[in-house]
Design a protein around this ligand. Structure first.
Ligand SMILES: CC(C)(COP(=O)(O)OP(=O)(O)OC[C@H]1O[C@@H](n2cnc3c(N)ncnc32)[C@H](O)[C@@H]1OP(=O)(O)O)[C@@H](O)C(=O)NCCC(=O)NCCS
Length: 185
């Protein structure tokens, strides 16, 4: 039987490791498109980081399945001061913003959908299912200022821009840091 497009499945850390080749393939296809136009070296970096992501506190993953294959995924974990970009974000916020946004925070690590099935609600579904189980007060993500579809998705869910021109070493162009206050927090 063929699964409906975008059936959502909560995945364990072991599932993520077992399916990492498929996740890397989706990442490569989604992020090779503009505005990201990522180089193969960034794809390799994602591949290398998967085991470390899967060991992080509060790690969670959701896969979207269609026609017997994974067509999209979302990964998240708690954001703590151990994360390499925590310090960079904190240095751009006021003391009270650090308390509000970083004290009890989740990170949307990555969300990606195969280009041929984007724009059909799969990304929104992945986002919403991932956050169903998140219990922190806030969440943070980094995105491209011209990633229109991602920005529509985030804005419609209540994410707002915290830092406009965030620069960090693996990428040459600036990124947006967006924050989300979880309902009921
Ligand atoms: C961002 C991404 C995960 C969203 O997944 P998706 O399946 O395409 O998302 P959806 O179909 O749920 O649409 C998301 C929103 O974009 C809107 N949208 C659809 N097509 C659009 C377009 N061409 N331009 C702008 N917005 C668009 C939708 O209306 C939807 O908003 P809504 O939730 O308010 O209705 C996916 O497009 C992707 O992988 N992009 C490349 C990688 C990326 O940018 N990842 C995010 C990194 S931070």
């Amino acid at each position: 039987m063929t699964a409906p497009p975008g059936r959502l499945v909560v995945a364990s850390p072991d599932d993520v490791i077992a399916h990492s080749d498929e996740l890397v393939e989706i990442y490569a296809e989604a992020f090779s498109q503009p505005p990201w136009s990522e180089e193969p070296s960034r794809v390799d970096m994602f591949r290398r980081h998967i085991p470390a992501y899967s060991r992080r506190k509060g790690f969670a993953a959701v896969f979207a399945e269609g026609d017997g294959q994974i067509v999209g995924f979302a990964l998240g974990a708690r954001l703590t001061s151990a994360a390499w970009w925590w310090k960079d974000v904190a240095s751009r916020l006021t003391g009270s913003q650090v308390e509000t946004w970083l004290a009890d925070c989740y990170e949307l690590i990555e969300i990606a959908v195969l280009p041929q099935v984007q724009g059909k609600g799969i990304g929104g579904g992945l986002h919403d299912r991932l956050f169903e189980d998140v219990t922190t007060k806030t969440a943070l993500l980094s995105t491209h200022p011209k990633a229109d579809r991602a920005l529509s998705l985030y804005r419609s869910r209540g994410w707002k821009v915290l830092i406009e021109d965030f620069l960090y070493s693996p990428v040459a162009s600036s990124r947006l840091i967006m924050g989300f206050e979880l309902p009921g927090s």
